[in-house]
Design a protein around this ligand. Structure first.
Ligand code: 1BN
Ligand code: ZN
Length: 367
């Protein structure tokens, strides 16, 4: 087959080019060349893994949720794809859950504060502590922050809550996914961002004490995300509301390039919907990062609004995305139930979200 095809090609080629005077030959080459280049470009674009390939209804210009934003470009460097230690992250989730209920003001909450701080020894840690006046009385609230400074001007913030639901304090609710997984993934992000002096990685993991190559990354374990009685604008998001107000006053908000919330990301049956409360371009970037890693099947086109720790920042114009799987068990039955336990979770889910967010950070760094 092949030699015959080659012969036919040679015949056609010589019929077109060799049977004419040379000026006609050159004219044909000049006309054919730009056309060939344009065709090659079209083929390359349709094969690319740009965010366009993952475009969901929210990115369709005809969808009401669509707002123009920066395109989700793939990084231009050759940095290897990120890979968290998901076994370690899962072990953190197990240890956090083992404290039991960790609602605001409880002894277990204090133990967990200590546990988080013990894992951040030597890092640039700060806290944002205050007293919340709630319908159930006054509660001590403490957001814990760790900062990894970068060479670029701007901050990427990642939030995850560590408190559990106060009204469920005597129900056996331990929040393995809701509170446990978010605490754990942030601890693992800190490990990755801190870097291992014995295994330096280009791009993401910095050598300890040295600036990372990109934006500063701040991790925040938020407190008081849960309502103390019933979810409302005034009974929920105590820590996040306080932090947003504080960062508005001190000018930090203006420096935030992107803020991402991690919540309930450990479900073994992982499906993340597009939370329409946020910046579509940032979700597109997260979805493009997932696709680069081959994890796109866990990031759904289904969309809807969900309130979470990002809301006080969305209200102040910060580009936000909430990565949450609020489809936990059939019809979400494990959510806010004593059945939110370790056996429903999987290290693979932590890995999918962890790697995707680290890749998103890398893609943000390139912009
Ligand atoms: C997430 C986990 N949330 C609470 N625990 C936020 C939320 C509140 C999501 C109400 C949906 C409805
Ligand atoms: Zn909850």
């Amino acid at each position: 087959m092949k030699p015959q095809r080659t012969r036919r090609f040679t015949k056609v080629f010589s019929r077109i080019f060799l049977s004419e005077p040379s000026w006609i030959l050159w004219l044909k080459i000049c006309l054919a060349l730009p056309l060939t280049i344009a065709l090659a470009n079209t083929v390359a674009c349709t094969k690319g893994t740009s965010a366009d390939a993952t475009a969901s209804p929210a990115t369709n210009p005809e969808s009401p949720a669509a707002t123009p934003g920066p395109p989700a470009a793939a990084p231009t460097d050759n940095a290897p794809l990120p890979h968290i230690d998901s076994k370690r992250a899962f072990q953190y989730t197990r240890e956090v859950t083992a404290f039991g209920p960790r609602y605001m003001g409880s002894e277990n909450h204090k133990k967990l504060e200590r546990y988080i701080l013990d894992h951040l020894k030597g890092d640039q840690v700060e806290d944002d502590a205050f007293t919340a006046d709630t319908v159930e009385g006054k509660f001590p609230v403490r957001n814990i922050l760790v900062k990894f400074p970068g060479t670029k001007d701007g901050i990427i913030v990642i939030l995850g809550h560590y408190d559990t639901v106060y009204p469920l304090r005597n129900s056996g609710f331990v929040g393995a996914n809701d509170g446990g997984s978010s605490t754990a993934i942030l601890l693992e992000f800190a490990n990755q961002l801190r870097g291992d002096p014995n295994k330096p990685k280009p791009g993401l993991s910095g050598t300890p004490g040295k600036k990372r190559d990109g934006y500063s990354v701040w991790l925040v374990w938020t407190d008081g995300e849960e309502a103390v009685r019933k979810w409302s604008d005034t009974d929920s998001l105590y820590g996040a509301r306080h932090l947003a107000e504080k960062w508005e006053k001190d000018g930090t908000l203006k420096k935030i390039k992107a803020l991402m919330v991690m919540d309930m990301i450990g479900d073994a049956d992982l499906n993340i919907d597009r939370n329409t409360n946020g910046a579509p371009w940032l979700l597109d970037l997260i979805y493009a990062a997932a696709e680069r890693l081959g994890y796109q099947s866990h990031f759904y086109a289904r969309q809807g609004p969900i309130e979470d720790d990002h809301i006080p920042f969305v209200k102040r114009g910060v580009p936000c995305a909430d990565v949450i799987d609020l489809d936990y068990g059939y019809n979400n039955v494990f959510w806010h139930s004593p059945q939110d336990t370790m056996d429903k979770l999987s290290p693979k889910s932590l890995e999918i979200v962890g790697d995707t967010i680290l890749e998103t950070i890398h893609m943000l760094d390139q912009r």
